[in-house]
Design a protein around this ligand. Structure first.
Ligand code: GLA
Length: 500
């Protein structure tokens, strides 16, 4: 018995001697030649572990630990003033390092990595930089109508590369999209490598020569967009512009970049929401000083009422919501909730309810027509988010419907609003520069229904003289005091109506 107690004590002291305290780094090579690092800064006291974990854009505090003396489950949490996010990490010390298992999202598969001892302080967040006093950034004169183009994220996410961007530019230049107004070819997250010795941002091996790519896109009569973050990391964990705003803006100008999407993400670990305006102003100034006109897209998911200050920081558009998904619920929850902020949009500065999902497969053709109609009524940026090389004629026809695009691109730049709602039906209208109005009758319900609007409610004194159906491309005869249409489930009837 004595022997057993001694043995147990020995085992326990051996296990407790396996102290996890210190800095740990897991380095996972990615196919683009970059390395994804996960940092753990752990402090072990008995079987209790505290400290921090930094992974992609997230900097967590360890708020709970269970288990031991061998395997621990750590609950890590971060709070950014508005929302809290938690993650679980299982850690176990083995002879080859600290084995770490986690899920990137609760529903995602378990991933495993091995972390090794790092340098003291490795993975700590950079020191907070002072923010400039607020002023009004001079307008850059761009985006007189809502920007149109394509963005890589919705379809390709981290699979975007030079060849794919060239192919998208080729498609736009040859399939009628360019003539329909699509101009920007925008690279989203995951193009970056780390900085060189002069702290210049580098491209990873998916983008061997950004200047050559810009030249190619320009040779097609199109423009090239890029993506970064005001934080140390982007959402996907790549290098952000934190502390390098002017340097990066100059690099973009040197490469021939025409558009920047600037995504909050990693900045949330350093700044509060109330400081966003100064943070975004910094890059607005840097772009203006870069010597090249670069459209400026703010992406911070509509926090801190961005529509109230987006223009002041030089923004040409600002996201008004979290990320869209290729699903009816997501698209409609976003699209039908934009009415209150309509007055903030106008030439040069637009509300952005996120990029299009048209053609990505998660909605029906009818639903994609609704998506295109609603975004156009909203004077939203039209950034196609699908595979342009492999799309059906039907999808191309939706994306290039010139009558609908003319509503979106109307030079008056007025964002449309909801003018009536009854059950599952909604009627939206957008005033146009020639005195006419675009009117869209939506059916959000599960079966076909008649939707109507009186001319008085639509803002007409008498029965208008002329109406054109923007999907059927034919004139509609009008009589009586209202407009009535049969609208399919999840569908739309969209007309352009003029009194004269
Ligand atoms: C955020 C943005 C998306 C996309 C990804 C890239 O989620 O809202 O539009 O840019 O980051 O990581």
């Amino acid at each position: 018995m004595k022997k057993f107690v001694l043995l147990a004590a020995l085992v326990q002291s051996y296990c407790l001697a396996a102290d996890l305290t210190g800095y740990w780094v897991a380095r996972d090579p990615l196919p683009d030649g970059t390395v994804r690092r996960t940092y753990l800064d752990l402090k072990q006291e008995g079987t209790r572990i505290t400290g921090h974990i930094r992974a992609t854009q997230f900097y967590y505090e360890i708020v709970d630990s269970t288990g031991g003396p061998d395997t621990f489950t750590l609950t890590a949490s971060m709070h950014d003033g508005k929302s809290t996010r938690s993650a679980k990490y299982e850690v176990k010390l083995e002879s080859d390092g600290l084995h770490v298992s986690t899920r990137r999202r609760p529903e995602a598969p378990l991933i495993h990595m091995v972390a090794h001892r790092g340098q003291p302080g490795e993975g700590a967040l950079p020191a907070r930089l002072p923010l400039p006093a607020l002023h009004t950034v001079a307008p850059n004169g761009l985006a007189k109508t809502p920007p149109m183009g394509w963005n890589s994220w919705n379809k390709f996410a981290s699979r975007v590369d030079d060849a794919g961007v060239r192919a998208s530019a080729d498609a736009i230049a040859s399939n009628g999209m360019k003539e329909a107004g699509y101009l920007y070819v925008n690279i989203d997250d995951t193009w970056q490598a780390e900085r060189d010795a002069k702290r210049e941002i580098q491209t990873n091996k998916k983008f061997p020569d950004m200047k050559a790519l810009a030249d190619y896109v320009h040779s097609k009569g199109l423009k090239l967009g890029i993506y970064s973050s005001p934080g140390p990391n982007t959402c996907a964990g790549y290098e952000g512009s934190y502390g390098h705003e002017e340097q990066d803006a100059k690099t973009y100008a040197k490469w021939g970049i025409d558009y920047l999407k600037y995504d909050w993400c990693g900045a949330r670990n350093i700044y509060k929401d109330e400081e966003m305006q100064a943070v975004y102003q910094k890059m607005g100034d840097a772009l203006n000083a870069s010597g090249r006109p670069i459209a400026y897209s703010l992406c911070q998911y509509g926090r801190d009422d961005v529509w109230k200050w987006g223009t002041k920081v030089g923004g040409n558009l600002w996201r008004t919501t979290g990320d869209i998904r290729d699903a009816w619920d997501s698209m409609t929850t976003i699209g039908f909730n934009q009415t209150d902020i309509a007055d903030y949009a106008g030439p040069g500065h637009w509300n952005d309810p996120d990029m299009l999902e048209i053609g990505n497969g998660g909605m029906t053709t009818t639903e994609y027509k609704t998506h295109m109609s609603l975004w156009s009524i909203l004077a939203a940026p039209l950034l196609a988010g699908n595979d342009l090389q492999h799309m059906s004629p039907e999808i191309l026809a939706i994306l290039t419907n010139k009558d609908v695009i003319a509503v979106d691109q109307d030079v008056a730049g007025k964002q449309g609003t909801r003018i009536s709602k009854s059950g599952d039906s909604e009627v939206w209208a957008k005033p146009l520069s020639d005195g006419s109005k675009a009117i869209a009758l939506f059916n959000r319900g599960g079966s076909e229904m008649k939707v109507s609007i009186t001319w008085a409610d639509a803002g007409f004194k008498a029965t208008p003289r002329h109406a054109r159906d923007l999907w059927l491309h034919k004139d509609v005869s009008l009589e009586g005091d209202q407009f009535v249409a049969t609208v399919p489930s999840h569908g739309v009837v969209m007309v352009r109506v003029s009194a004269r």
